[in-house]
Write a protein that binds this ligand. Structure first.
Ligand SMILES: [Zn+2]
Length: 402
């Protein structure tokens, strides 16, 4: 089988003869088609296969059957294919894979030059890609270092150096500046970029570094002696940059500022927000204490019963409120609640002279109100789905009378 994806990497249309076509063993309605030549790159080396059509029928997967063996196309068609067929490659997908793959070569090369870090493998994903490298601990990745590596790669892209694929003799191979020792020495396909990057590779690549357009390092993970670097290249890198520029422009419009002043504007807003939150908490506390100062207790079997729903308060104010009342009145039994998202926050406090156990009593109350919570002898807190102060009153009176 002639691998046009290697000999003619620009070919997106080709004619081939069907050597065999049989129903897929998986019983999924696909046909396994073998051709005498193909431009469809099979999945391999971390690069997904090409997509496209054979005789107008969608090619859903392309699988290598081994070194020197033909490529199997899994085709969705109503009738088996035979004779001469026309193949059509999804050119946009091919270009995208070539840009990611070639971009990885450049990235791996600059990491090797700087840290002698060997590349272990590539994965081209639907959104981003990553390359795994051996890391002996000498790579301390930071955004600043990523920016430096990116700048080296992008300068190389700007030099637009040729990308060539060779099948060298052993003598020629010995003279090449191989970045990584090849696993085999026969029928080796070497990808040479400029005069410095040389590595054995079976993938598809652009013709010159300029076609990679740009590389952006997105993030990295370091673990177990390996470094995984996530990146985008080519049109993906341009789309990535455009999406973020649009977001930054939108943010700057909202702040009525220049994009370059966006961070400073956000920091000012955060500081103002923190100051307002502090003022709000202070004001809520004052209002709560004023309301509780005016709250008249009800007589209970073993103390003074304070019940109040404090609209507009939050959980910290409930805690402050029960603390205020129980310190003022040693016989106080104080139940406070406030509406919160999904229900009510509740607090129960008892004065030092009350025999009631707040944690036990609140559990009994919350069982009536579809809630959960608990606490200590002097105070307990929780949340519940509904509120019924009369039910709370009855539970507390029954509890204290017991
Ligand atoms: Zn490659």
């Amino acid at each position: 089988m002639i691998a046009l994806y290697h000999s003619h990497p620009d070919a997106t249309r080709f004619t081939a003869n069907v050597l065999s076509c049989r129903p897929s063993a998986a019983g999924d309605g696909l046909w396994e088609v073998i051709l005498d030549n193909t431009a469809f790159y099979p999945t391999g080396g971390g690069q997904p296969c090409d997509a496209g059509t054979l005789a107008g029928c969608p090619v859903e997967d392309v699988i290598s059957l081994g070194d020197g063996a033909p490529v199997m196309h899994l085709v969705r068609c109503a009738e088996p294919l035979s004779g001469a067929v026309e193949g059509c490659i999804d050119a946009q997908r091919r270009l995208d894979h070539m840009q990611q793959h070639s971009g990885q070569h450049l990235l791996s090369h600059v990491l090797y030059e700087r840290f002698q870090a060997y590349s272990l493998g590539l994965h081209i994903g639907a959104a981003d890609s990553y390359v795994d490298l051996v890391d002996d601990g000498s790579i301390h990745m930071t955004r600043a270092l990523a920016n430096e590596l990116e700048a080296e790669v992008n300068a190389w892209i700007a030099r637009d150096e040729a990308v060539r694929c060779l099948f060298p003799t052993p003598q020629q191979l010995a003279a090449l500046p191989l970045r990584k020792a090849p696993d085999a020495h026969e029928n080796l396909r070497i990808v040479l970029i400029g005069s410095q990057e040389a590595v054995a590779c079976c993938g598809t690549h652009v013709k010159s570094t300029g076609q990679v357009q740009a590389v952006r390092i997105l993030s990295w993970q370091q673990s177990h002696g390996n470094l995984r670097v996530f990146f985008v290249a080519g049109l993906r890198a341009l789309a990535y940059a455009k999406a973020r520029i649009d977001q930054a422009d939108q943010g700057a419009r909202l702040f009525s500022c220049n994009v370059c002043d966006l961070s400073a504007s956000i920091e000012r807003l955060q500081a103002a927000n923190a100051a307002l939150s502090h003022e709000l908490a202070k004001a809520r506390k004052e209002v709560t204490l004023l309301r509780l100062t005016a709250l008249q207790p009800e007589a209970a079997p073993q103390g003074s019963l304070y019940l109040a729903a404090l609209d507009g308060a939050a959980e910290p104010q409930l805690k402050e409120g029960v603390s205020f009342l129980t310190k003022r009145d040693g016989r106080a039994i104080c139940f406070l609640c406030a509406p919160v998202e999904g229900g009510y926050a509740v607090a129960l406090g008892v004065g030092a002279d009350s025999p009631l156990h707040a944690g036990d009593a609140l559990k009994r109350i919350l069982a009536e109100l579809d809630g959960k919570g608990g606490g200590r002898k002097d105070s307990a807190f929780g949340r519940c789905a509904r509120m019924d102060l009369n039910a709370v009153r009855l539970v507390l009176c029954a509890f204290t009378a017991a």
